[in-house]
Write a protein that binds this ligand. Structure first.
Ligand SMILES: Cc1cc2nc3c(=O)[nH]c(=O)nc-3n(C[C@H](O)[C@H](O)[C@H](O)COP(=O)(O)OP(=O)(O)OC[C@H]3O[C@@H](n4cnc5c(N)ncnc54)[C@H](O)[C@@H]3O)c2cc1C
Length: 489
């Protein structure tokens, strides 16, 4: 019997672990190490953050699901990896620290034959003074990155509505909280859901909505923008986004690195080197992401973190990390198997893998401050990669070390993204977009880098219904209800 240890029970890790448990059966063991007691469908946190859903609507307990799947669940966080074992034993292991199951603070060495690192992002609020500190989110802004954050965001949001009802004008600042953020899509959804709720509450005329983002143009979304087929034309996402912002009366500041947040004020530097500030009564600024800070040690106990992880803390995989300048970037730089190049029994999936470089063009201000989106690894690619990696590991475990590895390059993968712009059965809207491939391939698709036949977008009520149905489908699937394997990632 061999053991697969999956670190992280989020989109990528949960997908990998549940498929591996199904494919391996009882002949091998699957262990999930994750600090959270509940699974969270993160995309719906947007709706929690405006009071349209509760925390219970977007989360469920992991323990019964893992029990049903025959997965050994450790509610703990991985602290370090010893891929060569330690003195006296060649067996690789992970050191974990419990966060639940009555063992909070206790540590354990969990041995593995294969390891999948799917630990997602560290929400690095501390990168921007005032946005947060070492403990996480600061006191001046809110976040929708976790279900608890979103509950708090809604409490603060409701207070602003009360103030507006009493005649007090309110300023909203929403976007990215640093020059090197990803996840612009989440902030985009949040600002338009806020706008929608303000209209519903009858206080839209009392609110000033301000977008701030590190994108060099509206609609970049961290993928360098896209050209979408709409009404027979290939329309740039920039035109699409600018029209939406204008239509809903949302001001925008782009190419911005938020460098300091104070009570009611955010300071920023722009791509042209100028400095500015926005005042706010309510601010939701996405933090930059980093790896979760797992250390690695060799057999002698020497620190080999820099061998296993990139400087940003994400795990090195089979990517070309030496691509250099933007002009040299190629679709083939992107990883295919997500296998660690040094330790072949380790893989990374979802946000936890180190991308070779950005997708959006790198930019910096004349002061040398880098200001550009970092590459997103959204839900669909994270799930697809998690499943492909699980497939590879299962084959290695059952067929031997020469088994063929499964591939899931983001430069050959499409993704569908449905960005909510307001919730409501009859009044809701969402921008439904498909993009192929996620990472543009300018050799294969000269001009836009993407296949415009498969890259399209549409905003409307139907998009909202799709988003709502997906919410239920993905939670149904994650709970391993009957037929769960038939629902795509
Ligand atoms: C507000 C918001 C809205 C979004 N909306 C969309 C959307 O509409 N569509 C879309 O496609 N994507 C969306 N995304 C992105 C999507 O949530 C991510 O792509 C996806 O969650 C990434 O999956 P992951 O498994 O890599 O990371 P996660 O889902 O974050 O999972 C990581 C897991 O690892 C665990 N972990 C952390 N540290 C450790 C450790 N040391 N040891 C073990 N486990 C650890 C975490 O607790 C977590 O369970 C959104 C993101 C946000 C923040």
């Amino acid at each position: 019997m061999a053991r697969l240890v999956v670190l992280g029970g989020g989109v990528a890790g949960h997908t990998a672990a549940t498929f591996a448990a199904k494919w391996l059966g009882s002949e091998h063991e699957v262990v999930v190490v994750t600090p959270n007691a509940k699974w969270n469908w993160i995309p719906s946190n947007i709706w929690v953050g405006v009071g349209e859903m509760s925390k219970e609507d977007v989360t469920f307990d992991l323990a019964p699901v893992y029990q049903k799947a025959g997965i050994n669940y450790k509610q703990a966080k991985a602290v370090s990896i010893n891929p060569e074992g330690k003195e006296g034993s060649d067996k690789p292991f992970v050191t974990v620290e419990f966060t639940g199951q009555g063992k909070v603070g206790e540590t354990e060495e969990v041995q593995y034959d294969y390891l999948i690192n799917a630990t997602g992002p560290k929400l690095n609020f501390a990168a921007t003074p005032g946005l947060g500190d070492a403990n996480g989110l600061g006191e001046f802004t809110v976040s929708v990155c976790t279900a608890d954050h979103a509950v708090h965001a809604n409490e603060e949001f409701q207070k602003t509505i009360e103030k507006m009802k009493k005649g007090e004008r309110q300023k909203f600042l929403i976007g990215t909280g640093h020059g090197m953020c990803t996840c612009q899509g989440a902030a985009f959804e949040y600002i338009f859901n806020i706008e929608h709720e303000l209209r519903k509450a009858g206080v839209r005329d009392m609110a000033d909505l301000q977008w701030i983002s590190n994108e060099s143009f509206l609609g970049d979304f961290g993928v360098g923008g896209l050209h979408m087929k709409a009404m027979g034309f290939a329309v740039s996402s920039r035109i699409f986004a600018e029209s939406l912002f204008a239509e809903r009366n949302v001001e925008w500041t782009i190419g911005a690195h938020v460098n300091k947040v104070e009570k009611g004020k955010a300071h920023y530097e722009l791509l042209d080197g100028s400095m500015g500030e926005h005042e706010f009564d309510f601010a939701m600024l996405i933090p930059p992401f980093a790896g979760v800070g797992i250390k690695a040690y060799d057999k002698a106990g020497e620190d080999i973190t820099a061998t296993v992880f990139a400087p940003n803390g994400f795990m090195k995989v089979d990517a070309n990390y030496a691509a250099g300048a933007y002009e040299n970037w190629k679709a083939s730089d992107w990883p295919r198997t997500y296998q660690n190049p040094t330790y072949k029994n380790m893989f990374a999936a979802g946000i936890a893998f180190a991308p070779p470089h950005g997708i959006s063009k790198p930019m910096s201000s004349p002061n040398g401050t880098p200001i550009n989106p970092t590459p997103p690894r959204t839900g669909m690619p994270s799930g697809i990669i998690g499943k492909a990696v699980a497939h590879s590991v299962c084959d290695l475990m059952t067929k031997g070390e020469s088994a063929h590895l499964h591939e899931a390059s983001m430069a050959e993968m499409g993704a569908a993204c449905v960005a909510s712009a307001g919730k409501g059965i009859f009044t809701g809207t969402a921008a439904a977009m498909t993009i192929y491939p996620v990472v543009p391939d300018f050799e294969k698709y000269p001009g836009t880098g993407r296949d415009t036949d498969y890259t399209f977008g549409e905003i409307g009520l139907a998009g909202h219904w799709i988003k709502h149905i997906l919410h239920h489908l993905f939670i149904y699937k994650a709970k391993l209800n009957p037929g769960w394997t038939l629902i795509p990632e």
